[in-house]
Design a protein around this ligand. Structure first.
Ligand code: B12
Ligand code: SF4
Length: 529
């Protein structure tokens, strides 16, 4: 039973460093990568192709994947693709594409992701396609693609930089699943309601910024997709992947009307701009009406001068208490609320004092909710990732660049975390895996080793681990907003999602044996086809 197009996809977990992956399957996450299913839906409609998606790619052995290829690839198969949102070059994938090129030389191979960074280390690919990939891929399949050579070796179709391949704004963004996707009723699926953001924060790498007008998906398409997923698989839980969901209140209202008309009760999670939600009248009511109950807020800094310098001008002293009010309102009206505040350390004007204020507020007010914090990353303009305002104006923001040789390696500076018996092993391992090597290629090609008057990238990395991930306060955090999908997908309930890690059976991700059992069941079904 050969198919026209075979697509592979998978999502790595936060603690993974793909360069450490060996040949053995990894069972960290059980979240579907919606973008590849979106590509499958598009190809089925546009070309009437038979397209099959194989998910959780990091959890398969090479032999199993070869078996999948043997039963799916035939003389009429047009293409085998791989796609996803993060790095994809695990050994199993590199070896799989070497096998495909050797065994099935007539098949076109493609790799697609938002940034080319995620895919360039996979050899044996005919076309890299970066950006929202629908129209670029269509051109490739029609034999008309405009491309440039990537480092002289692979054809690169750049959908960000080729205006006719811009797959936005689109009113139709349906993602349809099939019986052979084995979707479970308690799964959280992802969907988009728009592509593009009306803001232009200076540190943001998303390329579709400052958009004007209506970039939203039609209410009818949203309704159709939700009903199809409910009627066929019983799905009620969603991540909305828009970079800012509540940019316009009319948008929330539009989908809220649909949700109220349904004969089932969905729940949504996604990125919410807290300044808009707390300052614009009725955002909270509209979000509650739509059952947008899990909010990821990019607060970035509680220090007004720091947040203002990157385009988030509202005062934390106003926003933070208003978030607590929103929490109360949504919990009361919908019986469930979850929040995550995300911070960046190293922004202009951020000091030890301002950082201490942030964590004092968190410790006192934000129990059983999530917090994430990352050191500021300023991207280099080398074509690997979309640069931002900061990239080109280091001076204006008070940054200079250290030479790689100037930066102090972390050395034994984090030993106190590794030696602390009250820090979970998960974080000790994760910190070790993510330790930045100032001499590494990442700082040559991708990001700057910045410094400003208060700190520098290496010190910011240390501070973030000491303050959050490698600190005992993490026990009081709950599952991160998007991480809830992983837990729901293996059977944890909404009540579990309101517990802190002190009361959950594992740290950050659900117990590995549960993820393994669920994915192995999916694989068994796929292999029996
Ligand atoms: C939701 C999201 C997350 C969620 C994912 C949860 C989940 N269960 O889905 C979470 C919170 C985990 C997350 C984390 C991070 N994220 Co994130 N995230 C996103 C976001 C907002 C949406 C992704 C999405 O679903 N989009 C909608 C779908 C339809 O798009 P898509 O999957 O990209 O699919 C399109 C293309 O990729 C392509 N495509 C996909 N498959 C295929 C296959 C083929 C054959 C082809 C040709 C094309 C193709 O076409 C698709 C349709 O247009 C994007 C930004 C964005 N707006 O897309 C950032 C984004 C993916 N994240 C990004 C980053 C940097 C991160 C973090 C590193 C942030 C951090 N500091 O921690 C972490 C990394 C975590 C990890 N595991 O390593 C970057 C990725 C950069 C990169 N690839 O190197 C993005 C692009 C944002 C940005 N512009 O900077 N993220
Ligand atoms: S950080 Fe969020 S709100 Fe700011 S420009 Fe980027 S996507 Fe838009």
């Amino acid at each position: 039973m050969s198919v026209d197009v075979l697509l592979f996809t998978g999502m790595t977990g936060y603690s993974s460093n793909i360069n450490d992956f060996g040949d053995d399957p990894v069972y960290e996450t059980r979240s579907r990568s919606s973008g590849t299913y979106r590509i499958a839906t598009y190809l089925r409609k546009e070309f009437e192709f038979d397209v099959e998606v194989i998910d959780f790619i990091f959890s398969w052995t090479l032999e199993e994947l070869k078996e999948v290829c043997k039963s799916r690839i035939g003389p009429d198969t047009r293409m085998v693709g791989i796609g996803g949102i993060f790095y994809l070059h695990a050994p199993v994938i590199v070896k799989l594409f070497a096998h495909i090129k050797e065994e099935y030389p007539h098949v076109l191979t493609t790799a697609g992701s938002q940034t080319i960074w995620s895919i360039t280390q996979i050899p044996n690919i005919d076309y890299y396609i970066s950006g929202y990939g629908e129209l670029g891929l269509k051109a490739v399949l029609n034999g008309t693609a405009k491309y440039e050579m990537w480092q002289g070796r692979v054809k690169h179709v750049d959908c960000w930089r080729t205006p006719e391949y811009a797959a936005y704004p689109w009113p139709i963004l349906t993602i349809l699943y099939e019986d052979r996707d084995y979707v479970l009723p308690h799964e959280t699926l992802s969907m988009e309601t728009s592509r593009g953001c009306k803001f232009k924060c200076s540190y943001c790498n998303y390329p579709v910024l400052g958009v004007k007008g209506d970039y939203t998906r039609s209410a009818a398409d949203f309704e159709y997709n939700m009903k199809d997923n409910y009627d066929r698989w019983g799905i009620t839980e969603y991540i909305i992947t828009d970079d800012t969901f509540n940019d316009h209140i009319e948008k929330i209202r539009k989908y809220g009307d649909v949700v109220e008309s349904l004969d089932f009760t969905p729940n949504f999670a996604g990125y919410i701009r807290a300044d808009l939600m707390t300052q614009r009248p009725h955002d909270v009511e509209e979000l509650a009406r739509m059952r947008f109950n899990s909010h990821m807020y990019g607060i970035e800094s509680t220090n007004h001068a720091s947040a203002k310098s990157i385009g988030k001008g509202a005062k934390a002293t106003n926003i933070l208490p208003a978030i607590l009010e929103a929490k109360k309102y949504i919990q009361k009206n919908n019986g469930f609320y979850r929040g995550e505040m995300s911070f960046i350390y190293g922004l202009p004007h951020e000091t030890q004092e301002t950082l201490d204020y942030t964590f004092k507020w968190i410790d006192e007010n934000w129990q059983n909710e999530s917090v994430s914090m990352f050191p500021l990353m300023i991207m280099r303009d080398t074509g690997l990732i979309h640069p931002n305002e900061m990239t080109h104006n280091l001076d204006k923001y008070g940054y200079t660049v250290m030479q790689q040789i100037e930066a102090q390696p972390i050395g034994n500076r984090l030993d106190h975390i590794y030696d602390n018996p009250n820090i979970h092993q998960y974080f000790k391992d994760r910190i070790r895996k993510q330790l930045p090597d100032p001499m590494g290629p990442e700082f040559q090609y991708a990001t700057y080793l910045w410094r400003n008057e208060f700190t520098n990238y290496m010190e910011a990395f240390i501070k973030v681990q000491e303050s959050l991930w490698g600190h005992e306060r993490y026990w009081d955090r709950a599952v991160p907003i998007f991480g809830q999908a992983n837990w729901n997908n293996v059977g944890f309930t909404k009540t579990d999602m309101q517990k802190s890690f002190r009361d959950l059976p594992s740290m950050m991700n659900p117990p590995e044996e549960m993820v393994r059992a669920s994915i192995e069941d999916y694989k068994k079904k796929k292999l029996s086809l």
